[in-house]
Design a protein around this ligand. Structure first.
Ligand SMILES: O=C(O)Cc1cc(O)ccc1O
Ligand SMILES: [Fe+2]
Length: 455
């Protein structure tokens, strides 16, 4: 008989992306050679968590077997949870204010009395989780640890990007710690509880209603580079055997529900499988870029992608703009002006973003929805067109991220009406000078000195 036991978390991880992991907090807790013996070791219960349909082909099939003290089904019925009305699931004219204008926000303030669940606010998204089509983008603003409360989303996988404060996340698979410049992915249906050792914390969450995050293909880059699989870390089993009162808060079909139960949901003594949460340190990203000329599309900075059914077109890409050398000659080096058939949600974690010189502070975010024109602000254009180009560092002590999606992003009504929305954002482009001069002599191509006949 196991005794009542609540441990404090100790953090150990298994390395690799998408592996078939196995982990035991007690020796021999995993059944040998089968998943569902008549009686499991230590009198545990076997419970499967399926992240893909049973019938998905072997290469894409994801599931985990838990060996737990009580099956998850031992809870009272779910009731509506009304303490947070700012989580949006379906993005329609009732819930959002669509606009083709550029949108950005100063950092959202952090209330004093909220934990991760009550401080979650949906900023943007598209689609509907009931038909598994779309994404949601949330900001969490929390100052309290979750107290015997666990959260789970039946609507999608959550990629968590801390911007301020470390998160100590207890999951059914074991504890995961993430700080700014690290990310965690917690997939559909997994239960987790967030403690805040640093106090007030803020960050962004990308929730995908279909598919799972995977590493992008590397093509001609070869077998190595970008985010390397060995740098992803999945927790190891750690359990609590308690009979205290817990609340499970479930986001299901875009709506919050709460259910009480008389035990900790983190009572998994052992598990094995390939449907498991993970963390990744963005400092491990191996940056690949042009070493000759021109600004390369930011897809070279893709950390993780969630593919759609259209080859090469993502439900969502998680992209970063990491510290690196910039060496491209005769090149307008900042992000170029453009209009994109994909939508872009950009957030600054710390430092400065290379496309904006003013007012885009750590914690700020922007939405440039499908085909919305955007690019470097006037001050950035001025310096990029006049500076002498030498090899140098860029984005040192900075980290910017982008959620890029095939969906047309729209701001929620909460975000659109928020006092931190920068209604003057459009002004950052109004002073871009017109330098057109039809009488100007075409410049010699400095990349091909002596070859003036070259284009
Ligand atoms: O618009 C943005 O800020 C993101 C971005 C960066 C870049 O280097 C090229 C294209 C792009 O959309
Ligand atoms: Fe862009």
């Amino acid at each position: 008989m196991l005794t009542e036991d609540k441990q404090s978390n100790s953090y150990t991880y298994q390395s690799g992306f998408g592996n078939h992991f196995s982990s035991e907090a007690l020796d021999g807790a995993l059944p040998v050679g089968q998943n569902t013996p008549q009686i499991c070791p230590y009198g545990l219960y076997a419970e499967q968590l399926s992240g893909t349909a049973f019938t998905v082909g072997r290469s894409g099939n994801q599931r985990t077997w838990f060996y737990r003290i009580r099956p998850s089904v031992m809870h009272l019925p779910f009731e509506p949870y009304t303490k947070n009305s700012h989580i949006i699931g379906t993005f329609d004219s009732q819930t959002t204010d669509p606009t083709p204008t550029q949108n950005r926000w100063m950092p959202f303030s952090i209330p004093e009395d909220s934990d991760f669940v009550d401080g979650l606010r949906t900023v943007s998204g598209a689609g509907d989780p009931t038909v598994k089509n779309g994404i949601a983008i949330h900001v969490y603003t929390a100052s309290q640890s979750m107290d015997r409360r666990a959260f789970t989303s039946s609507d999608g996988d959550m990629l968590i990007v801390p911007q301020q404060g470390r998160l100590d996340i207890t999951t059914e698979f074991g504890p995961i710690m993430v700080a700014p410049n690290e990310i965690a992915v917690i997939q559909r249906g997994m239960r987790f509880s967030v403690a805040l050792p640093d106090g007030p914390s803020r960050g962004f969450v990308l929730e995908v209603y279909d598919g799972h995050f995977e590493l992008p293909d590397l093509g001609p880059i070869g077998a190595n580079g970008l985010a390397n699989p060995r740098d992803f870390q999945t927790p190891t089993a750690q359990f609590e055997n308690t009979t205290d009162g817990w609340t499970i808060i479930s986001k299901s079909q875009g709506t919050l529900f709460a259910a009480k139960q008389g035990h900790s949901p983190f009572d998994v003594v052992a598990w094995h499988g390939n449907y498991a949460p993970f963390r990744y340190n963005l400092a491990n990203f191996n940056v690949i870029n042009s070493v000759s000329f021109d600004h390369i599309d930011p897809s070279i900075f893709t950390v993780l992608t969630c593919k759609s059914a259209h080859p090469g077109t993502a439900v969502a890409d998680f992209v970063i703009f990491p510290p690196r050398f910039e060496v491209q000659m005769d090149t307008f080096r900042p992000p170029y002006f453009h209009r994109n058939c994909m939508s872009e949600f950009v957030g600054l974690l710390f430092g400065n973003y290379e496309a904006k010189q003013g007012k885009f502070l750590p914690g700020s975010c922007s939405i440039h929805s499908t085909m919305t024109p955007h690019g470097p602000d006037a001050a950035t254009v001025q310096s990029a067109t006049t500076r002498e180009l030498r090899p140098g560092r860029i984005a040192d002590n900075s980290q910017t991220f982008m959620f890029e999606t095939m969906f047309q992003l729209r701001a929620t009504k909460w975000a659109a009406k928020h006092s931190h929305r920068d209604s003057d954002y459009y002004k950052v482009w109004q002073d871009i000078p017109v330098t057109f001069d039809p009488d100007q002599k075409p410049r010699t191509n400095t990349r091909h000195p002596g070859n003036e006949h070259w284009p």
